[in-house]
Design a protein. Structure first.
Lengths: 247, 88
């Protein structure tokens, strides 16, 4: 496999046909490639998420990260955009699904696409990945520490995010879940409930809970980074996407 | 915590951002993951002028103890303001 890749900012059609910004990275070899939509975390369409997007291209996937905050803050820096979206209560679920659909369609339309597409998301993007898996026809989904899938946010933490566990019967693809044992959002009880719900509906899934890790253990630029959990998590991701998206 | 739990406060004054001074009309206060501070969580304050767009923002991210000291300092400073000056 070649490690050559191209990464660039593109414009794609999102929810309601809106033009939104996205970061697109792809290998430059002659093969057909599986595709991955990367859903950024709540702090936004930032340098760390673009680095993750390039990592998928390095590993032989076409990857795209839509800027979910394009509408609220066109041209603003990622942290200013995240602050603006926070002040307005977050991204509506319906719009998120439309944006992910647009990103997946963009990847599938590439001549190098092998017609398979997965989704991965971190933090709030973890919940949005589960939402995407239950709303769109995709081939694989990786949920990284997504909270508020099972439980509503507690009253002292009002959030626009609502429980979506009732969507589990609609899951269209296998789901890999990666969580930290020390995380409170989601806590291990919430992870266990999600695990049980997917089992109840005979939905293929594989969950891993890492001891000594909390929320955002993949984030290399934050104190929450846990190298051992992250390294093993990446290996799980390559095996999972390799089984469901490659070839 | 990854929530949108945010206190919004109407304010009157000015802040200095990347492009100089501008009037601020709103502050957002929340406790969540910081964008820059080397903390897992921080007390974040954004001084904003939404009419000027998302970039019209003065941001600070403080650890919880610092935020508490700042809040107490603001209140104690205001308590010492002589009568008749606070409305000016």
């Amino acid at each position: 496999m070649s490690d050559q890749l191209i990464a660039e900012t593109v414009e794609i059609k999102g929810f309601a046909g809106d033009d939104i910004e996205a970061y697109f990275a792809r290998p430059t070899g002659p093969e057909k490639y599986g595709s991955v939509v990367v859903i950024h975390h709540m702090p936004g369409y930032d340098e760390a998420t673009k680095e993750i997007t390039r990592k998928f291209a390095y590993h032989g996937y076409q990857a795209i990260c839509p800027n979910l905050y394009s509408r609220e803050a066109p041209g603003a820096s990622s942290d200013d955009a995240a602050a603006a979206v926070r002040a307005r209560g977050g991204v509506p679920d319906e719009r998120l699904v439309g944006d992910v659909r647009g990103a997946a369609d963009y990847l599938l339309a590439q001549s190098a696409s092998n017609s398979k597409v997965g989704v991965i998301g971190y933090c709030s993007g973890g919940r949005q990945t589960f939402l995407s898996a239950c709303s769109l026809d995709i081939d694989a989904a990786v949920v990284c520490y997504g909270a508020f899938i099972v439980k509503e946010p507690p009253p002292e933490l009002p959030s626009s995010a609502k429980s979506i566990i009732h969507l589990a019967p609609n899951a269209s693809c296998p789901i890999l879940g990666l969580f930290g044992a020390d995380d409170k959002y989601p806590g291990v009880d919430e992870v266990a409930q999600l695990d049980a719900e997917l089992t109840k509906h005979s939905k293929e899934h594989e969950f891993h809970i890492y001891e000594g890790a909390g929320h955002a253990f993949f984030a290399v630029d934050r104190p929450s980074y846990r190298p051992e959990a992250a390294k093993d998590g990446w290996e799980k991701i390559w095996a999972f996407f390799g089984a469901h998206l490659a070839g | 915590m990854c929530t949108y739990a945010t206190e919004h406060v109407e304010i009157t004054g000015s802040g200095k951002g990347a492009n100089g001074w501008f009037r601020v009309s709103e502050a957002s206060v929340y406790f969540d993951h910081p964008a820059n501070a080397p903390l897992e969580h921080s007390l974040n304050i954004d001084f904003l002028q939404p009419e000027l767009g998302a970039s019209a923002r003065v941001a600070v991210e403080l650890d919880a103890a610092s935020a508490g000291r700042l809040a107490r300092a603001i209140l104690s400073t205001l308590a010492r303001v002589p009568d008749g000056l606070s409305g000016s």
